[in-house]
Ligand binder design. Sequence first.
Ligand code: ADP
Ligand code: ZN
Ligand code: ZN
Length: 617
Amino acid sequence: MTTVGQTKLPSSRALLVQVVVDAPVPTVFDYLVPPDQQPSCGVRVRVPFGRGTRIGVVVGTEDAAAVARGRLKLLGEVLDRTALLDAAHLAFLQWAADYYHHPVGEVVCAALPVRLRRGEPPLALGVSAWELTAAGRAADPATLRRAPRQAALLVELQRRAGPVTRPELEAAAGPAGAALRALRGRSWIQACELAAPPPQAVGTGPALTAEQAAAVSAVSNGFGQFGAFLLEGVTGSGKTEVYLRLAVAALARGQGVLVLVPEISLTPQLVRRFAARLGPGVAVLHSGLSEGERERAWQRARLGLARVVIGTRSAVLAPVADLGLMLVDEEHDGSFKQQDGFRYSARDLALVRAQRALGGAGCPVVLGSATPSLESLRNAQEGRYRLLRLSQRAGAARLPRLDLLDVRAQPLEAGLSPVLLRELAATLESGQQALVFLNRRGFAPVLSCYDCGWLSDCPRCDARQTWHAAAGLLWCHHCGAQRRVPAVCPDCGGVELHPLGQGTERLEQVLRVRFPAVPLLRVDRDATRRKGQLEQLLEQAREGRPALLVGTQMLAKGHHFPGVTLVGVLDVDGGLFGADFRAAERMTQLVVQVAGRAGRGEAPGRVLIQTRFPEHP
Ligand code: ADP
Ligand code: ZN
Ligand code: ZN
């Protein structure tokens, strides 16, 4: 017989457990359970494996008396008293392992914070209450005749059938310190945190537009069952406001909310808005946290102490108590795909999770974007997703005007056409902000020798190495290979080495000379390496004083710059003809997103897109 969940096993018999082991093997392994152990599904174990030991998670338990199987190894150590992952979540992870053809133990263990994955004991969250373990629930107080205080506590805990705070216990059973320690020593009780009081909406937000209200009611009418929604809202249309209302509604039903966002750099703004509206009880999961911070956030989500979990890609694997709503912001974003190791699409897994939520009843999942992926648009067209549209900007802001600048036969200065330079000057002179978007960092994408035609090919792969002038490096953005910039041509020894094309570094240099009077803020991965640097740049931009913003796709997404009224887009053409079948789709999305930064305040915005192919669809 196989049991799932936290069922207590009869300890009188030899038992088998099925364990998924954190190792690159596809199978589930059987181990014998030592007579004094009672592992349940979802606890971590240390097991002998090959010549050493490995961490694993119990996914099934079985009465060994019924089956005789060859020579089985004895389980090593049981690392948890109670399950870290419940049966439904284990089943979801096993499904994902199967679907993506990845070793099941690695998938299950990838769902654990790194310390737990290494087998370390969980960090304390801070004791605020005590609860019975499975053994404690079954224990007979009569066996504690010689320890009346322990017996009284046990009776009280069994009567209350849930976590009880120490003051409450002491009110019922007298001073409890030593007796609690003794009961814990018997593994009959464990410390736990009391569930947070139901979060309360602390702010209300603006009155919704008709389209926002329709979106909110369409989704909230579907609470408690599976439903997929595509929220296609132009930039600045108030998608985030829709998410907030839905989260408040889910919380009011006592359910948890999982919000997936593409990038860590977008999280601060979104988190701030969620926290401002929902108060504490918002947990954040992303790779920029320390191991400890991440684990505590994970535990709070699992235990229902945090009801709203906001995280990047891997948060889709995290347990969230009573998950009742899934939100995927910028669903088209490529970063939802894990590209190595366990390869998965967090956006797609979000749908599967929503289908399996609430014990199989399912929950709504909302995919939001101004530029939905083609596959999501198709799903909406075919009726698999319900399409919800926000066609107008919220508040006073209007959508910017888009114009193509045909730059064929135009003299370009570092990729900038005379028209664009003139418009930039006019915008800055009138005290507004302008943004120049070039999705390529570094000084120039290629370094070349005038004498022999040598190009800075990557020695390791088929790409070219980008010249990073400030760092003095040739750097392959494809495979990461780096080398010092050669002083002379490696092939012919010539000294005429020149950059071809431009990156943001070069653009910055040229624009600084052109517009010495305004501050220039460059936002790309090189300029924001130090912690806090990006936030500082964004803060400065949001202040709204005249400034010229130069950046890559880091600038394109999610940010709100009320002072920006002109956006110049350079070099879209490379994206139109890339080898990647998604290149054109991705470039279109980027252009729409970056255009969406313009005119988000009172002043109307304008977007100029330079191209040599103005007739391209
Ligand atoms: P999106 O997420 O679609 O880009 P946001 O939710 O960030 O849009 O909204 C853009 C701006 O409009 C924000 O400043 C937001 O506070 C404001 N906003 C959103 N909804 C409304 C509304 N119904 N009335 C007035 N302002 C709104
Ligand atoms: Zn040469
Ligand atoms: Zn390379």
